[in-house]
Ligand binder design. Structure first.
Ligand code: BES
Ligand code: ZN
Length: 617
């Protein structure tokens, strides 16, 4: 017991004091968030009404954000986050003008909007417009869409971008319900991360009746249609993509039921997926009731649908139980990778999920080699930094490995009960790492001291690197890959390798195993397996990185096309990195980037600008 409590106490005192488990009240004061100017402990929004008109010509959204307030400190003003917003006026519930001022612009946090509140004021209406450069909004020209005829808009809130399209308390610790009225040009269909949608004449209306953090408010608008998968699941996409999307994601309902069977009811009503144009900077985004997804997962054979399992899993880890601040991001992503894998195992079998775990851990090991020690910590200190800096494989894969370690020691049934209890007892709350650790101690570690000793919790959560007790995953289907790869590297012709029936994950493993290939070897592989023509974005991008690194120039046209159409940062980053490191690659990288940059989303631009030393001025 002693040895167990001592290290745990060390963890707990490094962070805000944990609330006693099970006693976190529904309206617990939000913990301090270094990435928000809001002071929700004094005055907080409980419900938001949005009323916006979308101007596709000027790339502006204009209208009002009406905040319904809970005033804990009756003398305190309301402080909202904004970034690049034009605040036209602020009024109260009677329409009377209210005093406000905008603070200085901070390069990471934006500007605080401070609104004076007279006694009795419980509602304020902010009249505002967004900037055409709002980081959360990407306005696409028709040629950047699949159909090529209509323009498109989507928003991306996580981590702290919502403030660039809505003035609000932009902290994951502040949960609100919301409703919206969206006016869009005729022919364009607005959709939102809402539990209900409707129409009021030509205006689309939405409502989210569950309290959600600000980063989960999302809007998209374009030439969109939907196709039902089940009573509660549908896919949304441009008409030209809907067939492919519906068949690729036809297992959505099985995934939802699988996760419900493991971790408790799906509490959001509908689960829909929206397939975006290829400039979407992420693989997926777990916007409640409506996951946003990149079209690069539409491989045609369901080989990349783990992404849907991942975003769906966030309906428990992330959306239902949310990280209180961005340093607790691993509570969202580590848990989600673990859940994702359990869904994959249930729906597609152990062989598939085992391969995906191995690939994930390999990605973590590769990335950690280049990460500073401070960035290898699950409970990472991000104050003074952009929370985006915390978006490495560490919260994802190391976080999931921590849960797999607990599973290994305590057994699957005990861990499942524990996780289900975590979700049930903290539903619709935002929580810190220390609250989780207190709960872990109460509900799992303290049940068996001998087992608890086998998991070095502080080391997992507060130290760099991968603890030595991390489970080492393996996959029987990868044995054949290792055999083939060795045979090839010692002279067996590629065309003679036993690759028949290999699935995507095996090809990815094969490509990752290739060290220092010669040009002739790359050409031989391409000849035998046609990687340059692969329609699978994961295989193609892995191959392109390998090719660029080793100067195999036969891929150049394919590379150019890929960089000009795909905006997914996970693919762009290693490709530009490889280019920069290649012979005369710097000039090529800069030339392609100059052409492609306007098509990329602001978050991808920020990463690549930094890498390429690009400055717009
Ligand atoms: N919530 C993340 C995306 C995100 C994280 C956006 C932080 C902005 C800031 C989403 O669930 C995610 O993790 N997406 C992954 C795919 C997943 C299968 C690992 C991605 O986009 O690569
Ligand atoms: Zn995620």
């Amino acid at each position: 017991m002693r040895t167990l409590l001592l290290p745990f106490a060390l963890v707990a005192c490094a962070a805000p004091r944990p609330l006693p488990t099970g006693q976190v009240p529904e309206s617990a004061p939000p913990v301090a968030d270094p990435h928000s100017n809001g002071r929700p402990a004094e005055v907080r929004t409980t419900h938001l009404d949005l009323d916006l008109t979308l101007d596709f010509e000027r790339h502006i959204a204009r209208g009002t954000a009406t905040h319904h307030l809970q005033r804990t400190d009756p003398r305190a003003p309301l402080v909202l986050d904004t970034d690049d917003l034009t605040i036209e006026s602020v009024t109260d519930q009677t329409g009377k003008a209210v005093g406000f001022f905008l603070g200085a612009a901070d390069p990471i946090l934006g500007r605080a909007l401070t609104i004076q509140l007279d006694p009795g004021v419980d509602t304020v209406v902010v009249h505002y417009a967004t900037s055409p450069d709002a980081e959360a909004m990407q306005w696409l020209a028709p040629e950047q869409t699949n159909g090529g005829k209509a323009p498109f808009l989507f928003t991306q809130g996580q981590a702290i971008l919502t403030r660039s399209w809505i003035p609000l308390q932009d902290s994951p610790g502040v949960r609100i319900t919301w409703a919206a009225r969206i006016q869009a040009p005729a022919g364009l269909v607005p959709v939102m991360s809402a539990s209900e949608r409707g129409k009021d004449g030509a205006v689309a209306t939405f409502r989210m009746d569950k309290p959600v953090p600000s980063y989960l408010i999302a809007l998209a608008c374009g030439d969109l249609v939907s196709r039902d998968i089940s009573g509660r699941c549908a896919v949304w996409a441009e008409p030209s993509t809907i067939d492919l999307a519906a068949s690729e994601f036809s297992d959505m309902e099985s995934m939802v039921s699988a996760c419900e069977g493991l971790f408790g009811p799906y509490r959001w009503g509908r689960y829909d997926v929206l397939v975006l144009p290829p400039s979407f900077p992420f693989g997926g985004m777990e916007n409640p009731c409506l996951t946003f997804a990149t079209p690069t997962v539409l491989a045609g054979d369901k080989s990349l649908v783990a992404l849907i399992a991942h975003e769906l899993a966030h309906s428990w880890s992330g959306n239902l139980v949310t990280n209180a601040t961005w340093r607790d991001f691993w509570l969202n992503e580590g848990f989600t990778v673990y859940l994702e894998n359990r869904i994959m195992e249930r729906v597609y079998g152990k062989d598939r999920s085992a391969m995906e775990i191995v690939l994930g851990m390999q990605g973590l090991a590769d990335e950690m080699k280049a990460l500073p020690a401070a960035d290898q910590i699950l409970h990472i200190d991000l104050s003074g930094r952009n929370p985006d800096d915390g978006m490495t494989q560490v919260p994802y894969e190391k976080g999931a490995a921590f849960l797999r370690r607990l599973e290994q020691v305590f057994g699957r049934p005990a861990l499942d009960t524990f996780l289900r209890d975590w979700f049930d007892s903290h539903a619709f709350q935002s929580l810190t790492t220390s609250t989780f650790l207190a709960f872990l101690h109460d509900k799992l570690l303290s049940t068996d001291a001998a087992k608890a000793q086998q998991v070095d919790v502080p080391r997992w959560v507060e130290a760099a690197g991968l603890p030595s007790d991390a489970p080492v995953p393996d996959s029987a289907l990868f044995l054949a890959v290792t055999t083939a790869s060795r045979a090839w590297q010692s002279g067996t012709p590629a065309a003679e390798l036993a690759t028949k029936g290999w699935v995507t994950q095996q090809w990815l493993r094969f490509l990752a195993s290739i060290e220092q290939p010669t040009l002739a070897q790359l050409a031989e592989l391409d000849q035998a397996f046609a990687f340059t023509r692969s329609g699978n974005s994961e295989i193609l991008s892995t191959w392109l990185v390998l090719a660029v690194r080793h100067n195999y120039r036969a891929v150049d046209r394919r590379l150019d096309l890929f960089l000009m159409t795909v905006g997914r940062r996970k693919f762009l980053k290693p490709l530009y990195e490889a280019l920069l490191a290649a012979e005369d690659g710097k000039a090529r990288a800069v030339a392609i980037y100059a052409k492609a940059r306007p098509r990329y989303h602001a978050v991808a631009q920020r990463t690549l600008d930094e890498m390429l030393g690009y400055s717009a001025k």
